[in-house]
Design a protein around this ligand. Sequence first.
Ligand SMILES: Cc1cc2nc3c(=O)[nH]c(=O)nc-3n(C[C@H](O)[C@H](O)[C@H](O)COP(=O)(O)OP(=O)(O)OC[C@H]3O[C@@H](n4cnc5c(N)ncnc54)[C@H](O)[C@@H]3O)c2cc1C
Length: 309
Amino acid sequence: MNVNRMDVGIVGGGAAGLSAAVTLGRARRSVLLVDGERPRNRFAPHMHGLLSRDGMPPLELLERGRAEARGYGVEIVQGEVDRVERVDGGFLVVGAGREVVVRRLIVATGLVDELPPVPGVDALWGTGAVACPYCDGWEVRDLPLGVLATSPMSVHQGQLLRQWTADLTVFGAVEAGVSAEGLRAFAARGIRLAPPALEVAGSFGNVTVRTEEGEHRVARVFVGARPRPADALLTSLGCASTENPHMGSMVVTDPTGLTSVDGVWAIGNVADPSALVPVALGAGVRAATTINMSLVEEEVASALAASAA
Ligand SMILES: Cc1cc2nc3c(=O)[nH]c(=O)nc-3n(C[C@H](O)[C@H](O)[C@H](O)COP(=O)(O)OP(=O)(O)OC[C@H]3O[C@@H](n4cnc5c(N)ncnc54)[C@H](O)[C@@H]3O)c2cc1C
């Protein structure tokens, strides 16, 4: 295999990685982007909340993004990066049949949503079962909705959903550990409680939630999925992380996405599980402009050293 050198390597070509790639390509940097093409929102037929692209299928956004990035000279390879390691002059990126040394590394590998083990949730994920009311709430406003409580934090999801409908049932709140105060607050806002869901079935707009008490019909169920950042490459490089009681281990970054390892950025959902598509796009631009400046500074320093020699 040929080992060649490029300015920036990007692992992951979702909203965050592609956005960084376009900015770096336009800055005339040589960029390799390797992407497994499994974006988190691939289960959803439509995407909402992205200015001027409301309702666009998520995969279409990425297809257009790849075309734009290629137009600015970015090399895009489909596949998985298996390994990254620190080497002289940067980082070795290995995977998808390539071995490349890059001066800066962006990891934009997203996260995996760990779904509650309720039969039927997997099959409905992205259509009849969703997580984010900002993405999917407007389409079911005022309709009967359900929340499958998964932890004490489900108190927040229940109260948030009440903003979109007054016809709301929370399944399994007591069993998930919602506090007595949380249960009182549900009652105060007219939110009904029901036993835990044993199964969900149906399709978007017509979901049946089966409990020990019988069947409930709702337009959608909102689920507290547990985010699992795809951060194995970052931890293998020794990037520092912090323990979040609700989300688990999270890689620590500065506002530009720079990790504790010099030269390595983590952007989008891998570092920020709450980043929706527009936020992930913005994170890509911010990291890319910072990286480009850091490369310029390095080039100024070498030019000065060469001129002084
Ligand atoms: C069901 C659902 C619906 C949603 N709807 C909306 C919505 O309507 N509006 C909105 O704003 N947000 C929505 N979101 C959130 C949205 O999915 C995220 O904001 C967005 O995907 C974050 O982008 P990202 O680039 O960080 O990660 P991702 O889009 O997940 O991209 C990560 C990429 O990295 C690749 N990858 C991972 N590991 C490797 C590796 N080792 N080598 C190579 N490639 C790798 C993956 O294959 C993937 O292509 C939704 C989420 C879900 C779950």
